[in-house]
Ligand binder design. Structure first.
Ligand code: PGA
Length: 249
């Protein structure tokens, strides 16, 4: 059985007072909840990790630098993230690909840096609206998988999040058939590269406007193992029903 996971990406939202949401979320989560990860902004990682110790929630970062240390003002390394108690790091989110011009090969290096510090990498891929409208989605996904994933991917060190750029923060969601098609495609590409045994166990998350209202439908797709949630992860009262829908899927 593949792991099910619900990951919340707080993006550049939240200060220490918002960490109270972790306890509320732990109270609202069903007893049979899947793995839950919250990725707060970097300054909150240590406090979040400490606060989450009394809960089943794990903590992740939103990005890491590809180098272990050095003259990179403002950046944080994977070792620094691990030192806060966090266990996961998102790499290659489309907002980083766009606003920070991150390329596939940068993301591949970041994933390796994450592993070197024993962090699980949540590697994001997804096509733009232009690619989607030109029917190029599967080509783009194939290219991003080939370029962003290192060769040593395992089901323990990597989670893949498929997030169509046009669905992030827009309230627009692909149809269930579209989501299923891309997730099936990703799984088949992983099987070719890493073998069916590894590919079958790698969690594939869908991300982009996942809400309490649409989560159950999205989780119907066979190769969707969970969600990467932005806006609806900020409030425990929004995130908890998504987690419950995943538990029931
Ligand atoms: P959203 O963001 O749920 O607010 O659309 C998803 C993401 O960027 O991971």
């Amino acid at each position: 059985m593949r792991r099910k996971l619900a990951a919340g990406n707080w993006k550049m939202n939240g200060t220490a007072a918002d960490l109270a949401e972790l306890n509320v979320l732990a109270t609202l989560m069903p007893a049979d909840a899947p793995e839950v990860i919250i990725c707060p902004p970097a300054p909150l990682l240590y406090r979040a990790s400490t606060a989450a110790q009394a809960t089943p929630i794990s903590i992740g970062a939103q990005d890491c630098h590809m180098q272990a240390s050095g003259a990179f003002t403002g950046d944080i390394s994977a070792a620094m993230i691990a030192d806060t108690g966090a266990a996961y790091v998102i790499v290659g989110h489309s907002e980083r690909r766009e606003a920070h011009a991150e390329r596939d090969r940068d993301i591949r290096k970041k994933a390796k840096a994450a592993w070197a510090s024993n962090l699980t990498a949540i590697i994001c891929i997804g096509e733009t609206l232009e690619d989607h409208e030109a029917n190029n989605t599967l080509d783009i996904i194939a290219g991003q998988l080939a370029g962003s994933l290192p060769s040593a991917v395992t089901a323990e060190n990597t989670i893949i999040a498929y997030e169509p750029v046009w669905a992030i923060g827009t309230g627009k969601v692909p149809t269930l058939d579209q989501i299923a098609e891309v997730h099936d495609f990703i799984r088949s590409k992983l099987a070719i590269r890493y073998g069916a045994d590894i590919a079958d166990m790698i969690p594939l998350l869908y991300g982009g406007s996942v809400k309490p209202e649409n989560a159950a439908l999205i989780f119907e797709a066979e190769n969707v193992d969970g969600a990467l949630v932005g806006g609806a992860s900020l409030k425990a009262t929004d995130f908890a029903p998504i987690i419950s829908a995943l538990a029931q899927s």
